[in-house]
Design a protein around this ligand. Structure first.
Ligand code: ADP
Ligand code: ZN
Ligand code: ZN
Length: 715
């Protein structure tokens, strides 16, 4: 369990008091740790340990950012220390100086310059490295060396011989630019212009919902709203979903503006992350694009915050510190007194309701910018599909026609693997994960069955696990099966994009590049394909198996299904080219499926909001979930039951449960949950204020793993 609260230390005699947010080195038990100053006050306590060293003159977490962390810690009932720890780049946590690192370069040493080539006759890779370095007296960065295919082990060997050295060259900050615009803006249409004027006209904090159908030119609105902010010397923070951070997105920002663009995402090295943080803090980085944790980037001169694809679930962190970057972006904008734009083609119901209530300024883009109208979604009755023929004849015919016209088609199926289950024809047995309440997915090319929840895998069984029959078969289809069926169906290449085919670094880029070339091809993919990418030659999308989402018991299921469906449909027919979208469904007469297929997200949202209001679910009610897992269901339930019975009554707040979680067993542990609900936030937070110390104090909680999730996105 994390330790909530702070620890007290004495300052070394005569030392000036460091400000809140500065780092100090302190003794802790037998170790020395890096801590952050929270507060100081005179104390009479005698036994305090003394701070060893003050590491910063200026706070590494500035007052505004510190205040955001405090608010988030209170709201999510998460220890402040853990929040700060999460926010600080790793190198700062380790006590490194809060400044940008120099650039690393490899070069020949004086001795290296005088080595005769024949001494390396038996080490051709080392010889090659020496020759390349000899041509570059200023040295080469690791990236340049990689581009020149210089072998790393060879370099190390040469370094050991002291013929090559690795030096750090101080990096100068990028020069100030006078002209921020590199490329002219497009001519905005009337709706875009209205949106741009509203955003650029905002003074101080103002939240906007930019509600524009796919292809309506939201990015163009962002770019034109950013221009005056950048021209005034200020910074723009842009949050994007994990998967939307494509090279294409980046290119659009880099091409438009002649200012430094800094990228923050989970793939950075610790050094790169610190450098980006410092560049933002010192104001050298002018455009910051990052995934959810970028909302905590310090900003020297903030001017505008943009949340792109603001409905995207990846903005909510799902472990540890479970914050929602969408909500934090608005808090941050409020605190920094700058406008914030939430952009989406399918806004979250929470955001939509804020716009309806007039609390967010609602900007709408109803038309596609390029001219081609949004494609209609044609429903195909999937009750005729079979496990061996998951694609209906109409869909196959449409694919052939598309390829025949020299265009590309997409088949969307949000399920990887070959088939989602292996079962016995004689007795109906299904191969289940021994550690989870879930079925094993067949990955045919790897000859494995794999659990997508815990990673457990075993070989494909030869016999039924119940009756011993060898009459086994598979049911349903995953992307791997579609890939092989489509490869048999025609002779255009089939490009499969899912987590299995893109595991290796660079493989996703290679596949995307192949599609960008524009030659006829069929793309098969999961939701990895749904967002961010532009496929100019794609004119058909076939959507499979979205029924489960629309019929889901999870109250967010239909909303998420509709968002995903419209996102995928929006991939088809961009740039003047009318597209076609087919959706295979077994429930074409279901009201929500019909509304989604009609492309009418707002009508669907109205229907869902009415249901949510009736059930006091978000955004009309507020939820928190206390989740618990243990080696036995009884233990998990007992802990939650104790919490429930010992909680004080809070007027207007309700405790529901405990109940077993929708997936009762996962990775060998049993899971249960307690739902806390209220129509009013302060009441809910009053209840949570009582719950957290109680849960921490209960001995039964030590036999479980538990956490609190405020505003959970799955129940
Ligand atoms: P969204 O982000 O809303 O899905 P994009 O910003 O990607 O839409 O724009 C879709 C396409 O329309 C892009 O190719 C973009 O260059 C083009 N576009 C956007 N605005 C305009 C405009 N005002 N005039 C012409 N083309 C535009
Ligand atoms: Zn059997
Ligand atoms: Zn499992």
């Amino acid at each position: 369990m994390p330790l909530p609260g702070c620890f007290d230390y004495r300052l070394p005699p005569g030392a000036p008091a460091p400000a809140r947010g500065c780092r100090v080195e302190v003794p802790f038990g037998r170790r020395t740790l890096v801590g952050l100053v929270h507060d100081h006050q005179p104390s009479e306590l005698k036994q305090l340990k003394t701070v060893k060293r003050v590491l910063d003159e200026e706070p590494v977490i500035d007052p505004a950012l510190y205040a955001l962390c405090e608010r988030a810690a209170r709201y999510y009932h998460h220890p402040l220390g853990e929040v700060l720890n999460f926010v600080l780049p790793a190198l700062l946590r380790q006590g490194q100086p809060a400044r940008a690192g120099g650039e690393v370069r490899w070069r020949l040493t004086d001795r290296g310059h005088h080595v005769a080539p024949d001494r390396l006759a038996r080490a051709p890779r080392q010889l090659q490295a020496m020759e390349i370095l000899a041509e570059h007296p200023r040295g080469l960065t690791p990236a340049m060396l990689e581009a020149l295919s210089v072998s790393r082990p060879a370099l190390q060997a040469l370094r050991n011989k002291e013929w090559v050295e690795r030096v750090e060259v101080a990096e100068t900050p990028p020069p100030e630019v006078d002209e921020v615009r590199a490329e002219p803006a497009l001519r905005a249409n009337a709706e875009q212009r209205a949106a741009i004027e509203a955003i650029t006209g905002a003074e101080g904090f103002q939240p906007f919902l930019l509600d524009g159908v796919t292809g309506s030119g939201k990015t163009e609105v962002y770019l034109q709203a950013m221009a005056p902010v950048l021209a005034a010397g200020k910074q723009v923070l842009v949050l994007v979903p994990e998967i939307g951070l494509t090279p294409q997105t980046l290119r659009r920002f880099r091409q438009r503006f002649a200012v430094p663009v800094t990228v923050l995402h989970s793939g950075l090295t610790d050094r790169e992350r610190l450098d980006a943080w410092v560049a933002a803090r010192e104001g050298h980085a002018r455009i910051l694009i990052g995934t959810r944790s970028a909302v905590f980037t310090p900003l020297a001169r903030p001017g505008l915050i943009i949340v792109d694809e603001a409905h995207d679930a990846s903005l909510k962190q799902q472990d540890g510190f479970r914050y929602h970057a969408r909500d934090l972006a608005s808090w941050r904008a409020q605190q920094l007194a700058v406008p914030v734009v939430h952009g989406s083609a399918t806004p979250a119901l929470e955001t939509l309701q804020l716009a309806r209530d007039g609390r967010y300024h609602w900007l709408r883009l109803r038309q596609r910018a390029g001219g081609a109208g949004a494609p209609p979604i044609e429903l195909l009755d999937a009750r005729d599909a079979t496990p061996d023929r998951p694609l209906l004849p109409t869909a196959l015919k449409a694919i052939s026609e598309t390829l025949g016209r020299g265009e590309q088609a997409l088949v969307f199926l949000n399920r990887r693997g070959f088939a989602p289950v292996i079962l016995c024809r004689d007795c109906g047995w299904q191969d289940e994960c021994p550690r989870c309440d879930s079925l094993m997915t067949w990955h045919r090319s790897e000859h494995q069955l794999r659990c997508h929840h815990c990673g457990h895998q075993h070989r494909v069984p030869q016999r039924c696990g119940q009756c011993g029959s060898t009459n086994l078969t598979d049911a349903g289809a995953g992307t791997e099966k579609l890939e092989s069926l489509l490869a048999e169906h025609g002779d255009a290449p089939v490009v499969r994009i899912d987590r299995d085919t893109t595991r290796r670094k660079g493989s996703l880029d290679a596949k995307l590049a192949q599609i960008q070339k524009g030659e006829p091809a069929v793309l098969v993919g999961t939701q990895m394909l749904a967002k961010g990418h532009h496929f100019p030659r794609l004119s058909l999308a076939v959507i499979m198996n979205m029924d489960a989402g629309f019929l889901s018991a999870d109250f967010r299921g239909p909303e998420q299904a509709a968002q995903l469906l419209l996102q995928v449909a929006g991939r088809s027919g961009r740039q003047d080219r009318p597209g076609r979208v087919l959706m295979q469904s077994r429930h074409g007469d279901h009201n929500l499926v019909r509304l989604a297929a009609a492309g009418d997200y707002h009508a669907l949202a109205d229907a869902l909001l009415a249901e949510r209001r009736a059930a006091a679910l978000p955004p009309f009610g507020h939820l928190a979930l206390l989740r618990c897992e243990a080696m036995a269901m009884g233990q998990a339930l007992a802990f939650l039951e104790e919490c429930a019975t010992q909680l004080p009554e809070v007027e207007g707040a309700h405790v529901l449960g405990p109940v077993p979680a929708p997936m009762e067993k996962r990775a060998g542990r049993y899971r249960a949950q307690l739902l806390l609900q209220s129509a009013n936030r302060p009441a809910l937070h009053g209840l949570l204020d009582a719950l957290m110390p109680l849960a921490r104090s209960l001995p039964s909680g030590r036999r479980c793993r538990w956490h609190l999730d405020v505003d959970p996105i799955d129940l």
